[in-house]
Design a protein around this ligand. Structure first.
Ligand SMILES: [Zn+2]
Length: 89
């Protein structure tokens, strides 16, 4: 969950999926938990733009928890090397 007072914009954002080469931006300074949550969150927005913010947050929180309990980690070094911009496709 994002800290109170910190807007979702500080974590990441995504293009609408109908633009050419839609992209997702993730703040590369996030810790593992927020990084995983933010990637899921932004992908959900991109794939299901009709979902409200609450639905996206709820789904992202559950998926992030399950993935982390399963031992999934994200290589922050890899993300930093390639920059914070990643192609969705
Ligand atoms: Zn959102």
């Amino acid at each position: 969950m994002p800290s109170m007072g910190m807007s979702r914009y500080s974590y990441g954002e995504c293009d609408y999926p109908d633009v050419a080469k839609p992209q997702i931006w993730v703040n590369k300074n996030l810790d593992q938990k927020d990084m995983i949550n933010t990637i899921i969150h932004e992908v959900l927005h991109a794939v299901r733009p009709e979902l409200c913010e609450e639905s996206v947050e709820e789904t992202a929180n559950v998926l992030q928890e399950v993935l982390m309990k399963s031992g999934v980690t994200i290589s922050l070094d890899l993300i930093k090397k390639s920059g914070s911009k990643t192609n969705k496709s």
